[in-house]
Design a binder for this molecule. Structure first.
Ligand code: GLC
Length: 802
């Protein structure tokens, strides 16, 4: 692979050529403090919210991109030579640099001018700061006198206001250095907590102090960008490092923190320089500031905090293990897919190289989907997120499309949003058997009290009140596909996918309610579900696939009669996931995906892409063809294609799609985005930049691929009664191994496929004893050995709900 490769154990992605076609980033976070860092040291930092709690700037639409960041400059005081410990911002001698992205840390190594360096960036598990620990080693054979400078550019509070109102905003910055603490402190005396750009001047200050400190005595410092960078210069050649830092505080202007220390190294000697950037709440600032700035001055404390970060990730990732014959797939299934899923869960799609953290809060449907990946290893985190989702719901079942968690959010008329709540709840309860969640009381957004069960029933009422002429969900302002936003027209339109989705979610809800024998009028819900399923079957089959929607005046969308957008992916995969009864149609629908949508990069979201604007459909038709929702290989729904093929028992096809979608399979100069995580989409063959990926990291793809890989390909999935074993694999696999922690037991599973089948379980032995069926009841033991032999089943299948 150009530019880099995985380490032998798969736990690091090592970038050997830092001149990557786009910034290849990593996330450093403990779920409260967040930092992004690229292979060239670029990235932003925020506390809790990238909108309201922004610590540092990351310039939008900048040329060059990926600035500023977490920079450490080194200057040789004898020769005057200057470089940085990441290739950027100084940008000299790229081959001297090498960067490793690991789980929760990034390490930048270099050897420049006879100084070998390694900087480790991470966020401790229990402390809201980022640490940059640099170790410098003198490889030159002569004594070296170095000035080492750490540099950040502050935003201090509301990131959007900082951007659009900088001319006024800069008058509220306060930055000063405290000599006895060897630390610089920065805040803003004015803070906006609204989510939008606003003229409303709130009468309050940012509730935090940012601090920046280092473990050696500061010899000089700088607080103002105008003085550090100087006119007609950039981070590449800051004037302050040529002429000396002024060591002056500032109460206005573009606030920065630059701390310089001296390092003298004998030949062969190493020395460390440890920077910390973090936040302290103002409410307890005087008491907390000294312990905060002093905490990580000792390298042993840093190493133990890093050890904790590594342990936490191993614990999280250790809940699932895949040992398939496909070694590339294993690296992703074991590490990088669950890693990305957790990052997406923590970040909530709001901050990346593509998302600037200024425009949107957490998406309701996105959050519900992110949750399903996390239940496996962090049920408490998932439960908290389910309750957070409950709080974003009105008692009539409507939910905020986007929310900020502080009562702010936005209502839209998407027909699908509320029903995703069912997915999050059922997945959590299947994993944990915490049926008590249904009785947990959480207020609705309008203040009415209600249990989680009440919320679920509110969702059903929302669905029941949102049906159009064919008895399918009124499209409103979109469904899962946000860009089918004007299909509704005057009469609301109808979403065929929405109909399937409602059926699938009601199936899930009924399965839960029937298991606990409680809650709501199950017969009524069943009847509602059956009516929806009948409407889909009666009105939406287009001959070889299912329609996508009815537009205004019942115009068909996603039909062979259309010129563009004849076939859409989601109504084929979800017909299967919804468990529609006509198997012949389901097989044909998925075959149509294969015939009309599949490409060397994966299946497209729809085809042919729209090449004419149709205001009666919406944004999708305004988008360039082959990108985003207009016909790209949108990776998130591709996961549902894998799932659907598994549900049909076609393991070869399912795995072929899964494998195609794995990042890193396309030439990096074409793919552009990171080869170790999923992107939101890959440009399809309808555009000249075919193969180019965009919007990496923050996509629901990882959460779904994680679940689909384990639940449906390896086929080890939770159900209310226990763990189901039901692999659907390529015939060529003679077997595989898997591990899955479920309700406290680690299941060590070995699957044999002596007859080369794609699906079907012939027999199961648990700790040596034969089992009837393929359902492992909760074991209670710490570990449990399971031997599965595939073949024609001895027992009929259990019929649980996908
Ligand atoms: C984006 C949104 C997601 C939506 C998808 C398709 O990924 O975050 O909510 O479903 O686009 O429009």
């Amino acid at each position: 692979m150009n530019y880099g490769h995985f380490s032998d154990d798969g736990r690091e992605f090592i970038i050997t050529d830092v001149r990557t076609p786009s910034p290849w980033i990593n996330y450093l976070t403990n779920g409260r403090y967040f930092a992004t860092i690229s292979n060239n040291g670029g990235g932003l930092s925020y506390d809790r919210s990238p909108l309201h709690g922004r610590i540092t700037r990351y310039r939008i639409n900048d040329v060059p991109p990926d600035r500023p960041g977490k920079y450490i400059y080194v200057k040789d005081l004898d020769s005057g030579e200057m470089w940085s410990l990441t290739w950027q911002p100084v940008g000299r001698d790229a081959p001297a640099y090498r960067v490793a992205h690991g789980f929760g840390y990034t390490r930048a190594e270099a050897e420049v001018a006879g100084i070998a360096s390694s900087v480790l960036y991470f966020v401790p598990h229990d402390d809201d700061r980022e640490i940059w620990k640099a170790v410098l080693t003198n490889t030159s054979g002569r004594v070296r006198r170095l000035a080492v400078t750490g540099y950040v550019e502050f935003a201090l509070g509301h990131a959007l206001i900082d951007l659009i109102n900088q001319c006024d905003d800069q008058h509220f910055n306060r930055v000063h250095f405290e000599k006895d603490l060897n630390a610089l402190f920065a805040t803003k005396t004015y803070w906006v907590t609204e989510t939008r750009g606003t003229q409303h001047q709130e009468n309050k200050e940012w509730d935090r102090w940012a601090f920046f400190t280092v473990n050696r005595p500061v010899t000089s410092y700088e607080t103002l960008r105008e003085r550090f960078i100087g006119p007609f210069r950039s981070e590449t050649n800051p004037a302050g490092l040529e002429h000396g830092l002024t060591s002056r505080d500032t109460d206005y202007g573009n606030a920065v923190g630059a701390l310089q220390v001296g390092v003298e190294l004998q030949p062969g000697e190493s020395g460390d320089v440890i920077f910390s950037l973090g936040v302290i709440p103002k409410s307890d600032f005087e008491r907390l500031k000294r312990p905060a700035v002093e905490r990580f001055r000792d390298p042993a404390a840093v190493d133990s905090a890093l050890g904790r970060v590594r342990d936490e990730w191993e614990r999280y990732l250790g809940h699932t293990r895949a040992g398939t014959p496909d070694l590339d797939a294993n690296v992703f299934m074991n590490f990088w897919i669950p890693y990305q899923a957790k990052v997406a869960f923590d970040v909530g799609r709001v901050a990346s190289f593509y998302y600037w953290g200024i425009g949107r809060g957490f998406g309701y449907r996105d959050t519900a989907q992110d949750t399903i990946a996390i239940t496996i290893a962090d049920p408490a985190g998932a439960r908290a997120r389910v309750l957070l989702l409950a709080r974003q719901m009105m008692s009539d079942g409507r939910v905020y499309h986007h929310f900020y968690g502080d009562g702010q959010g936005e209502f839209t008329r998407h027909c699908d949003d509320p029903l995703w709540f069912i997915l999050a709840v059922t997945e959590y309860v299947k994993e944990t058997a915490d049926f008590g969640l249904l009785d947990a009381v959480e207020p609705f957004l309008d203040g009415k009290p209600g249990t989680v069960l009440d919320h679920l029933l509110a969702v059903v009422r929302f669905g029941g009140g949102n049906l159009g002429a064919h008895g399918l969900p009124i499209f409103g302002r979109g469904d899962w596909n946000d860009t089918l936003d004007y299909i509704g027209g005057r009469d609301g339109g109808e979403s065929v996918w929405g109909g399937m989705f409602y059926v699938a979610m009601l199936n899930r809800l009924l399965e839960l309610l029937e298991f606990v024998k409680a809650g709501g009028d199950r017969a009524e819900i069943r009847e509602f579900r059956d009516r929806l399923a009948a409407a889909v079957e009666t009105y939406t089959w287009d001959g070889e696939w299912y329609l996508r929607a009815f537009g205004e005046g019942q115009k068909k969308i996603g039909s062979k009669e259309n010129r563009y957008g004849k076939i859409f992916i989601n109504t084929q995969s979800w017909a299967v996931i919804a468990g529609l009864p006509d198997r012949k149609r389901l097989l044909q629908a998925m075959d149509s995906v294969r015939t009309h949508l599949d490409t060397p990069y994966g299946p497209k979201i729809c085809a042919p892409a729209f090449r004419e604007i149709d205001p009666a459909i919406g944004l999708i038709t305004r988008c360039v063809w082959g990108k985003k929702e207009n016909g790209a290989v949108f990776c998130h729904p591709a996961a549902w294609v894998v799932q659907a093929e598994c549900l049909l028992g076609r393991g070869g096809r399912a795995f072929e799609y899964f494998r195609k979608l794995l990042p890193g399979r396309i030439d990096a100069d074409v793919f552009v985005a990171e080869p170790y995580v999923y992107s939101q989409y890959i440009t399809s063959d309808e555009h000249e930049t075919a193969g180019r990926a965009s919007h990496s990291w923050q996509t629901g793809t990882a959460a779904w691929m994680y679940r689909v890989a384990y639940d449906h390909i390896l086929g080890v999935r939770p159900s209310y009664a226990g763990l189901v074993v039901d692999p659907v694999i390529p015939r060529s696999w003679t077997g595989f191994k898997a591990e899955r922690v479920f309700r406290g037991t680690r299941y060590n599973i070995e699957v044999e496929n002596p007859r080369g089948v794609e699906s079907g379980v012939k027999s199961v032995r648990v700790d040596g004893r034969p089992l009837r069926g393929a359902l492992l009841a909760p074991a209670g033991a710490a570990t449990c050995r399971v031997l599965v032999t595939m073949g024609a089943p001895d027992e009929p299948s259990r019929g649980e709900v996908p």
